[in-house]
Write a protein of this length. Structure first.
Length: 260
C-alpha cells in the first residue's frame, strides 16, 4: 500500500524544514522485497529535483541508530585525504600485499582502514566526527574498530544526508577531497544510468547481521539518493543480498532504463 503524507520533522542533513512541509510517500509495497529475502529493514529514496521522499519503514529510518560498518569508509576516506594521511585513492599501504585506498574501499579491506585510522589518531578523528556531527560522535577506546563494534552509531536518515552533501561537495572538506571519494563510489556507468554506492556489513549487539548500502543513482544527470539498511540472522548471507535487494527496489521505482 502506498500512502502519501506530509511530515514536518527534520530529515538530518537532507532537507531543513521551513514553511513548506516535506512530501513523504510511505511505500509499504517495498516490504515484499525484504520479506522475500528473509530480512527486515528500511529503505529511503530522495528525489533531489522534486524534494520527494519514498520511504519503507519510516520509524526505523528516522529513529533507530546503527553501526555504520564499512559505510564509514566514505567519511574515513574524506578525513584521511583532507588531513594528508592518504594522498589520494592510489596511495598504497603494505599489508599482506600492497593495497591501494581505492581497492580497500571497493573491496572493504578492513586492515587498510584500521591502519589509516591509527595514522589519523584519536584526537584528529574526534575533531572531524564532531565537525560533521556524525551520529553519536563516539569513538570509545579503540581507534581502529569503533565503526565496526557498535560504538559509533547513526540513523539511516543521517546516512542519506551525508550522501547528498557529499554529492554536492557540501561537507567541510576541499572539493578535491569530495571528488576523489566520489570516484571511488562509482560502481556502474552506462548510457542509461550511473550507480554509486558503498556497502557495509557487521553484527549488532544481538549477534544478528547488519547490512547497509548507501549512495545515489543518476539518470539524465538527475541524482536520486538512497539508503538501504537491513538485518538478518547469521544463516542468511547479506553479502549478495544487499545489492540484489537494492536493485530490485530501484527497478520497481523505474530506474535502470534511463527514463527517470
Amino acid at each position: 500500500m502506498r500512502k502519501y503524507i506530509y511530515i514536518s520533522f527534520l530529515l538530518f542533513g537532507t532537507l531543513i524544514v521551513s514553511c513548506s512541509p516535506n512530501n513523504v510517500q510511505l511505500n509499504e509495497e517495498i516490504g515484499k522485497y525484504f520479506d522475500s529475502a528473509g530480512v527486515k529493514g528500511t529503505f529511503a529514496l530522495f528525489d533531489n529535483g522534486t524534494g520527494d521522499f519514498t520511504i519503507y519503514n519510516l520509524n526505523r529510518y528516522k529513529d533507530s541508530a546503527y553501526s555504520p560498518a564499512s559505510t564509514f569508509k566514505v567519511v574515513h576516506s574524506l578525513i584521511a585525504i583532507e588531513t594528508g594521511v592518504v594522498s589520494d585513492e592510489k596511495m598504497s599501504i603494505q599489508l599482506d600485499s600492497v593495497v591501494t585506498m581505492e581497492t580497500a574501499f571497493k573491496k572493504s579491506i578492513v586492515p587498510y582502514y584500521q591502519e589509516v585510522a591509527r595514522r589519523i589518531g584519536k584526537d584528529t578523528m574526534q575533531f572531524w566526527l564532531d565537525s560533521l556531527q556524525y551520529g553519536n560522535h563516539s569513538i570509545g577506546k579503540s581507534i581502529d574498530s569503533f565503526w565496526l563494534n557498535n560504538t559509533i552509531k547513526l540513523t539511516p536518515d543521517e546516512q542519506l544526508g551525508i550522501m547528498k552533501r557529499l554529492f554536492f561537495n557540501q561537507l567541510p572538506f576541499q572539493k578535491r577531497t569530495h571528488e576523489i571519494v566520489k570516484r571511488m563510489m562509482l560502481r556502474e556507468s552506462n548510457a542509461n544510468y550511473q550507480l554509486s554506492y558503498k556497502t557495509g556489513l557487521t553484527y549488532n549487539e544481538k549477534g544478528d547481521q547488519l547490512g547497509w548500502v548507501v549512495g545515489w543513482i543518476e539518470e539524465n544527470k538527475h541524482p536520486y539518493f538512497f539508503v538501504l539498511n537491513m538485518e538478518a540472522p547469521s544463516n542468511i548471507s547479506l553479502v549478495d543480498t544487499r545489492i540484489s535487494l537494492l536493485k530490485k527496489i530501484l527497478s520497481n521505482q523505474g530506474f535502470f532504463e534511463g527514463k527517470r
